[in-house]
Write a protein that binds this ligand. Sequence first.
Ligand code: HEC
Length: 218
Amino acid sequence: MKWQPVISYGALLSLLLLTPSAAFSTGNKAFTESVIIFNTICAKCHEAQCSGRLSFDEAFEKSTSHILRHYGQASGKQWLQKELFDVLNHMKIKCAYYPMRAPVPLKRVWGKDILDKFSTLMERNYFIPVGKLAPGPYRIELELEKDVKVTVHLISAEFEMAVEDCFQSSNRRIDIPVFIKESGDYYLRMYPRETAKLVRLSIKPQESKTQQNKKSAE
Ligand code: HEC
């Protein structure tokens, strides 16, 4: 496939341009990619795995084939395998998601260009930091490039799921009402059943809940 060499050259370039310590800063684009891969693909088993125990370098060597089994695209990319390993260690020790430097748009409306940065290239799995949400009713609106069935999670930094469900888009849109009980930092995760880009995301407070209830009762 055409894009594959592009990634490896890009990765190679960032590897050449960065000192080893800088390669572990969250500002690094490549690292953001590892965090997203980890929080979508590896998270299926390793999320909230808070043992407090660090896995050492020998564990890294032993786990290479395991990492490749779950993410074949990391093949030949030792930097990526190592980053995924480091993200797991962060999860284990801090019992938290690896921090991502990602300003939240003022009105909580994300366009396609920003959303692209929070997805894995191949599967179009998304992991988007959506910022602090105060308790109350909200409405999540997703717009996709085509109609598709997706799994959506809205999850707090403490790994509490506020949304965990499967949705079928209609006219490429999915609207999800959600009630936030605990204030905190939240993340939106999305797995499409078949590759489909997210072109727009918005999370709006639902102002008049009673009105909304009346409407749906009609
Ligand atoms: C289907 C479930 C599953 C998926 C998906 C998965 N793992 Fe694992 N992983 C395990 C299990 C089970 C173990 C062994 C028990 C343990 O150490 O947690 C393990 C062990 C590891 C270890 C060794 C830890 C140590 O201390 O020895 C690493 C590193 C690791 N996984 C990384 C990853 C990465 C990176 C991904 C994503 C590309 C991933 N895993 C995806 C289930 C999974």
